[in-house]
Unconditional design. Structure first.
Length: 189
C-alpha cells in the first residue's frame, strides 16, 4: 500500500484572500507532497509499508530509530487534518454541540480563541496549535515540529499549522495576523 496525497476539499484559490493560491501551491503541492513522497520512500520494504499513517505514527513515536518515519507520517497526517480544519467563508460560531463544550471548558468562544491564538503565536519555531479532546474535556495544546496529538492519545478537533511555509508568502513574519485570519475567516467548525 502506498500513502497518497489526499485531495483538497476545495480549490487552490478557495481560501483567498486569507491564504493565496500561491501559498497553497507550495504548501499543499510541494511541502505536503514532499512528506508523502519521503514517507513512501522510507517505508518501502518495511513492516510499515502496508499501514495507514495513524498506525505508523503510533508505532514509531518516541523511537530514535524511526524518527524520520514518524516525522514524515505525522506531517502527512497533520497536513491532511489541517486542510479539513479550514473552509471558504469559515469563521463564525461553532455548531451548537461544539459551542456548548467550548463554553463549558473555556468559558466562552472568545476565551477559546484567545487561548488558541496564544498557543499558536507562542509556539517557538515550527509546529501546530490544536483544539483537542482529552478524556471528555476540550483543551488547547501545541506541538513542536511534526508532533501530533494522536501520538499521545488525544482526539484532535481543529488545528492550525504555524510552520512558516503555511503563512510566510502571505503574512511574512506576522504569525498573529495569520492566526486571526484563520480564526475569523477560515476555521471550519
Amino acid at each position: 500500500m502506498s500513502i497518497k496525497l489526499p485531495a483538497l476539499p476545495y480549490t487552490m484559490d478557495a481560501l483567498e484572500p486569507y491564504i493565496s493560491a500561491k501559498t497553497m501551491e507550495f504548501h499543499y503541492g510541494k511541502h505536503h507532497q514532499g512528506y508523502v513522497d519521503n514517507l513512501n520512500n522510507l517505508i518501502k520494504g518495511t513492516r510499515y509499508e502496508s499501514m495507514d499513517t495513524e498506525e505508523i505514527i503510533r508505532l514509531t513515536v518516541a523511537n530514535p530509530e524511526t524518527a524520520s518515519i514518524f516525522n514524515n507520517a505525522a506531517q502527512v497526517w497533520n497536513h491532511s487534518f489541517f486542510w479539513q480544519s479550514m473552509r471558504r467563508d469559515g469563521g463564525g460560531e461553532p455548531a451548537a454541540e461544539l459551542k456548548t463544550k467550548i463554553e463549558r471548558d473555556f468559558g466562552s468562544v472568545e476565551n477559546f480563541k484567545k487561548e488558541f491564538k496564544a498557543a499558536a503565536v507562542s509556539q517557538f519555531g515550527s509546529g501546530w496549535a490544536w483544539l483537542v479532546e482529552d478524556k471528555g474535556t476540550l483543551r488547547v495544546v501545541k506541538t513542536a515540529n511534526a508532533d501530533t496529538p494522536i501520538a499521545h492519545g488525544l482526539k484532535p478537533i481543529l488545528t492550525v499549522d504555524v510552520w512558516e511555509h503555511a503563512y510566510y508568502l502571505d503574512y511574512q513574519n506576522q504569525r498573529a495576523a495569520f492566526i486571526d485570519a484563520y480564526l475569523n475567516h477560515l476555521i471550519n467548525w
